[in-house]
Structures are given as structure tokens and as C-alpha cells.
Design a protein around this ligand. Structure first.
Ligand code: AMP
Ligand code: ZN
Length: 453
């Protein structure tokens, strides 16, 4: 029995899918820059959710969008389009920028063992679908046109803001609106007009005029295209609750007449640095490549992320990452020493399943793994760890790659030992020790481990 915390209900619920295949949509990246480790925490969270669904034998169709147009620098429909801004700054085509950062994003997925979605969808490939959805909303009387775009009138629906538990008094008042001609602060753009023809790199004709789609409409149009007008799970970062997801719900429930449009809404909490969201000004804004340069593997970062529940903020620092690095190294060394066993340890696997099915409690699932490894009497460790790693995705059973040089030295030493040349064989042992490799001779042959573990 899988329980998930549903933001819509503010409580844990037993997961019951609509049909045979779980329809699962994750809000993806805006590809104008590198995704930082904060963003990537969100995707590790959705990956764990997908792995837990698969572990529970659900078939899953996972869709992720790629925002390559329409995401403005302000959530209040103001500011510049992030893609256009980056294109101008870098002196490149918006398309090339999108492809470049998407490629890196996909490489990060691979490095972090994040399973790719079944469908990637770019907003610019679905302009037609977005226009059709806006037309439908217009026909049903939910929209109005101003001098800068087509807007959704949030006062036309009774339960606007239910996801975020927004208090609407004061918000839905024209006077407080900062945006030109927008009737209510909570109204949002479905289509924005180009300010001047040809000034933007990405613009399309529409029944309302030349322009580009708003950010929220892409997720509603693309998810319904691939998952139908009602589906099971929608994920994103916690910052999406008050605006982006609130608006996705408003327009989709109005267009499709389905309530709830999505049954389970799950949100990942932020990665923070000194208590604040990681950012350029506050710090902690690393990319995976930058962590690698500091000798932290992507899987060390994954292990670090798994150490906190997805609904709690996680404090990032290089010291905290260092401690994850040491724990993971120790874990790998202990696993390296395990003897193969035929059976699975059902007792520990059950405990593990209880934790992952309790709203993806990965810190507790990791604690079960450690408990199993430390339990001297427990049998079937390797096979059980293999099962658990289907969810952890840490490559726990991949043999560590000893560099070719170390391998050769070990073989050379074996030769000297066969020749009973103890002096030479000890020399090699010392040389390896200097490299931080410790050898242990056992009846079954030579075993190695890293110093200090
Ligand atoms: P963006 O590319 O800005 O649309 O963000 C991509 C994803 O990263 C979204 O789901 C955000 O909610 C999420 N996100 C942004 N900053 C953080 C952070 N510091 N910690 C965790 N997730 C974040
Ligand atoms: Zn979205």
C-alpha cells in the first residue's frame, strides 16, 4: 500500500491510479541556463517517486516538459522572456540555447541515475495545442483581451487558489494590480503579444495577434495531449504551488470540466544554503560539473539528497556533502566485502518497503540499509541490497573501479608472493598503502579497501 502526501488535500493518501498505467507529469526545466543542484534536487525527488511506483509494479507513463518560451522573469506576467533575454545576452539563437542547456540537463540526468521521462515535450513544439486550449477557454467565457495579451479571469471560478489555500480577499481586486489592464492580480496571461513585430526571436501568429504563449498554458496543453484530460500525478518544486500550479489547475479544470484535473499533487522542498533558497546572491549555486571539479561525484550528491525527506528543506554545504561522500564510500566498501548469498532477506526488505511506501521516506529507507549491513547475523545481504538499489539508484553493487595501475600492482605483488620474494611484495604493499589502498590476504585471495574505512 503506497501512501503519498497530496498537497491538494494537505495529507497523506493511499495511492489509487485511475487506470492501468499511471499518468505522471513533472514540470521540467526552463532551458536558458544550467540547472543548479537545487533544481536537480527536484528531479531526484520525481525520480524516486517514479522508481517507487515501478517498485510497486505500476506501469508508468512519465512526461516532462521543457520550457523554451514564455517563462518571464516575474511570476506576475511582467518582465522579459527568460529565453529571449539569454539569447540576446549570449548573442545566439534561442533555439540553440535551448538545445545546448537541454543536452547538459540530460547529461546530468544520466550522471545522477535519474531515469529519463518517457516523453520530453518542448513548449515551442506545441504552439498549436496551446492556441486550441486558449480558444476553448475563450469560448467558455473565461478570458479577456488587454493591450498586451489574452488573460484568464480568475474570478470566473469559485475555487481559484485551492491548491495553495490562497486567501483571495485583497488579491482579486483590480486596484492592487501592477500589470497594465489586468483586472485582478490573480489573473494570468494565456497569450502575450509581441511588443514590436520582429523584435522577438520566437513569435507566432494567433487568432488574437502575433505573440507567444504564457508559461502555465504549456503544461496544461502538453500534459493533456500525452496523458489525457485527467490524470494521476503532477510534481514540481514547492515554489510552483501558489502561481504556476494554481494557474494550471484553474485553466485545465475550466477547459476540460474535470475535477480534480489531477488527483495527486506532490511538491519537492527546496535545497537551501544558510537557511535561504540557493541563489546567485546567497550562494550554494553549484552545477553538477562544478561539484565534480571539487571531487564530489554526482552519486554522492544523490546520496546526500536521499538523506533528507523530500518535503523538508535540505541545507547544502560542502561540509555536509563531504560527510555524505564519506558515508557512501564506507557503504560501498562494506558492500564490496559482502559474500554472495542465494536468498533475499525478507525481514529487511519488508521494513524497507514500509519506509518507501510511507510517502517516500528515503532517510528511513537508508537507515534500514545500514541496519542490514551492520547486522552480523543477517543473511541474503547482497540480493536484498540489489532490490533496494532499484529505488535508491546509487549503483551500490557496481564494483568500484580500481585504476589500472593499482590492479597491475596487485597482480605484480601476487607474482612476487608466488616466488616467495617477500621483500618485493612488501614494497608493493607499501606503495599501495601510500595510494590509500589497503590489502587483506584471505584464503579466497587478495581483497582491497580504501584506507580509513
Ligand atoms: P526552473 O528551471 O526555474 O523552472 O526550475 C526547475 C525546477 O527546479 C522547478 O521545479 C523548481 O521548483 C525547482 N527549484 C528551483 N530552485 C530550487 C531549489 N533551491 N531547491 C529545489 N528545487 C528548486
Ligand atoms: Zn509546469
Amino acid at each position: 500500500m503506497l501512501k503519498l502526501y497530496n498537497t491538494l488535500k494537505r495529507k497523506k493518501e493511499i495511492f489509487k491510479p485511475i487506470g492501468k498505467t499511471v499518468g505522471f507529469y513533472s514540470c521540467g526545466p526552463t532551458v536558458y541556463w544550467y540547472q543548479h543542484i537545487g533544481n536537480l534536487r527536484s528531479y531526484i525527488f520525481s525520480d524516486i517517486l517514479k522508481r517507487v511506483l515501478k517498485y510497486n509494479k505500476y506501469s508508468v507513463k512519465h512526461v516532462m516538459n521543457v520550457t523554451d518560451v514564455g517563462h518571464l522573469t516575474s511570476d506576475a506576467d511582467e518582465g522579459e522572456d527568460k529565453m529571449e533575454k539569454a539569447a540576446r545576452k549570449e548573442g545566439k539563437k534561442a533555439k540553440d540555447i535551448a538545445n545546448f542547456y537541454l543536452k547538459i540537463f540530460k547529461e546530468d540526468f544520466k550522471k545522477l541515475n535519474i531515469i529519463e521521462p518517457d516523453v520530453w515535450c518542448k513548449a515551442t513544439d506545441y504552439i498549436k495545442e496551446q492556441i486550441i486550449m486558449i480558444k476553448l477557454l475563450e469560448k467558455k467565457g473565461f478570458t479577456y483581451v488587454t493591450d498586451d495579451g489574452v488573460y484568464f479571469d480568475s474570478t470566473k471560478i469559485k475555487d481559484y487558489g485551492k491548491l495553495a489555500l490562497l486567501k483571495l480577499e485583497g488579491l482579486q481586486e483590480g486596484k492592487r494590480t501592477e500589470v497594465r489592464e489586468k483586472k485582478n492580480k490573480t489573473d494570468f496571461a494565456l497569450w502575450k503579444f509581441s511588443e514590436e513585430k520582429g523584435k522577438r526571436q520566437q513569435e507566432w501568429k494567433s487568432p488574437w495577434g502575433l505573440g507567444f504563449p504564457g508559461w502555465h498554458i504549456e503544461c496544461s496543453a502538453m500534459s493533456s495531449k500525452h496523458l489525457g484530460n485527467q490524470f494521476d500525478i503532477h510534481t514540481g518544486g514547492e515554489d510552483h504551488i501558489p502561481v504556476h500550479h494554481t494557474n494550471e489547475i484553474a485553466q485545465s479544470e475550466s477547459a476540460f470540466d474535470k475535477k480534480p484535473w489531477v488527483n495527486y499533487w506532490l511538491h519537492g522542498s527546496f535545497l537551501v544554503f544558510k537557511g535561504k533558497k540557493v541563489s546567485k546572491s546567497k550562494g550554494g549555486l553549484y552545477t553538477i560539473e562544478e561539484l565534480e571539479k571539487q571531487k564530489y561525484t554526482p552519486l554522492t550528491y544523490r546520496y546526500f539528497v536521499l538523506g533528507a525527506h523530500y518535503r523538508t528543506q535540505l541545507e547544502f554545504s560542502l561540509e555536509n556533502l563531504e560527510s555524505s561522500k564519506n558515508s557512501l564510500k564506507r557503504l560501498r566498501n562494506l558492500i564490496n566485502d559482502l559474500e554472495d548469498d542465494k536468498e533475499i532477506n525478507k525481514k529487511y526488505l519488508k521494513k524497507f518497503e514500509k519506509m518507501i511506501n510511507d510517502d517516500l521516506n528515503m532517510p528511513k529507507a537508508l537507515a534500514v540499509l545500514w541496519e542490514l549491513i551492520r547486522d552480523e547475523k543477517a543473511k541474503g545481504k547482497l540480493k536484498t541490497i540489489k532490490e533496494m538499489d532499484k529505488v535508491f539508484g546509487l549503483d551500490l553493487l557496481k564494483k568500484e573501479d580500481i585504476s589500472k595501475e593499482v590492479k597491475e600492482l596487485i597482480e605484480k605483488r601476487e607474482k612476487y608472493r608466488d616466488e616467495k620474494n617477500w621483500e618485493k611484495s612488501d614494497e608493493i604493499r607499501d606503495k599501495l598503502s601510500e595510494k590509500g589502498i589497503i590489502l587483506e590476504d584471505s584464503e579466497k585471495g587478495v581483497k582491497w579497501r580504501r584506507k580509513g574505512f
